[in-house]
Design a protein around this ligand. Structure first.
Ligand SMILES: [Zn+2]
Length: 391
């Protein structure tokens, strides 16, 4: 048996024995030890504990601890302890046992209910947890905490409409702004509509998201995707260019769709101007590489190469170097080509080994942009990595 659990249970066991002895001072199966009386159950539990049978020991001690005002806190502490140790079944058993007692005060019952709902949540029994948190809300107990937990449940279940409703209630109650989260819930709904071809509904959701949070880049990108899918490249360009005002750190995300839209409209010169402007103002490598691609397509490889070299001299970038090597590979042969291929292999490996997106909150790195960090569950915290192997 784990030493830690032994240390935690022994005092509880001792307390149980003392408590029982105090209440049942005259008992047919009690024995006397140092002037204090202990029940036979206490020794039975202690024996089970020492014989590494914690399950049975817990049952004995919990049975010994009759629930009344003196022992409610002990039950709660024991239940919470098991939950924090990941032993959900035991925590649930203890909290259920507590709730079943008719002697609890209204406050004690609400607290036990709140703890039990957290046990269910931790055990992944989302339906049961939801029902109890809703019951607590109805009773007017632990309202802000219950709304917070319900919000967690609805996000896990991808029940976005319920999440929006709950976030709004939480805002009112806790006085905490939830704009960013609510905007993403609308975007989740919008993405779903877009995926099933319901473009009007998708745009409606993107607009709602922007009404809630005008800086929501995700909503703007969704709107642009729908516009592009509908063949309205002009509108898509207008939307994509909004990202600069919303959050320039996400500019790398607009370069590919922007180029595609400008090319569909045959307005590559306009695209060149805009990418040049972005590159000069924000200095990221993606707009510059987009510009280099346009120049190369126009047959102006020399200028493309010069632009990249100029940028590399100011700000080293593996992606820039990789692109430059590719440009030179097209016009080289013999040993020079072989050497360039070796270099290209190196830059490719460097780029493959590095993950280009990182969560600004917990540091988690990913290969592709995600709007919610899978580790810390923050929304919009994952961003393009800056630096030599990033932007
Ligand atoms: Zn994170």
């Amino acid at each position: 048996m784990e030493l830690a659990l032994l240390f935690i249970l022994l005092p509880i066991a001792a307390a149980s024995g003392w408590w029982l002895a105090k209440r049942n001072t005259v008992s047919s199966d009690a024995s006397t030890h140092g002037g204090c009386e202990f029940s036979a159950d206490y020794f039975k539990g202690l024996n089970l504990l020492l014989n590494e049978q914690p399950d049975k020991a817990i049952d004995v001690f919990v049975k010994m601890l009759q629930v009344d005002n003196d022992t409610v806190e002990t039950h709660l502490a024991l239940g919470n302890l098991f939950r924090s140790r990941g032993e959900g079944d035991r925590a649930i058993r203890i909290h259920q046992n507590l709730i079943a007692r008719p002697t609890l005060s209204k406050e004690q019952r609400a607290l036990a209910l709140f703890e039990l709902s957290q046990d269910y949540l931790r055990a992944g029994l989302l339906g049961r947890a939801e029902a109890l948190f809703l019951e607590l809300l109805k009773q007017g107990a632990y309202r802000a905490e219950s709304l917070e937990k319900l919000l967690d449940i609805y996000q896990q279940e991808k029940a976005w409409e319920k999440a929006i409703d709950t976030a709004r209630r939480y805002e009112l109650l806790a006085g905490k702004r939830m704009n960013l989260e609510i905007a993403h819930f609308y975007c989740e709904l919008g993405d779903g509509f877009f995926a099933s071809g319901e473009h009007k509904s998708a745009v409606k959701m993107a607009r709602r998201a922007l009404n809630v949070d005008r800086r929501c880049v995700r909503a703007t990108l969704l709107q642009a995707s729908v516009e592009k899918a509908n063949g309205d490249c002009k509108a898509a360009i207008k939307s994509l260019r909004q990202v600069e005002k919303q959050a320039p750190r996400f500019l790398p995300e607009i370069v590919a769709p922007l180029l595609s839209c400008y090319q569909s409209l045959g307005k590559t010169t306009e695209a060149e101007h805009y990418l040049e402007y972005l590159s000069a103002k924000y200095g990221g490598i993606t707009p510059l590489l987009g510009l280099a691609d346009l120049l190369r397509q126009r047959g102006n490889e020399q200028e493309a190469s010069e632009r990249i070299v100029k940028s590399l001299s100011k700000r080293p970038s593996v992606r820039g170097l990789d692109h430059l090597i590719e440009l030179h590979l097209a016009n080289s042969e013999g040993t020079a080509r072989e050497n360039l291929l070796i270099l290209k292999g190196l830059t490719r490996r460097l780029l493959e080994e590095k993950l280009p997106y990182r969560c600004g909150h917990c540091g988690f790195k990913v290969k592709a942009l995600q709007w919610r960090c899978p580790t810390c569950k923050d929304w919009a915290s994952i961003q393009p990595v800056q630096g030599v192997v990033g932007e």
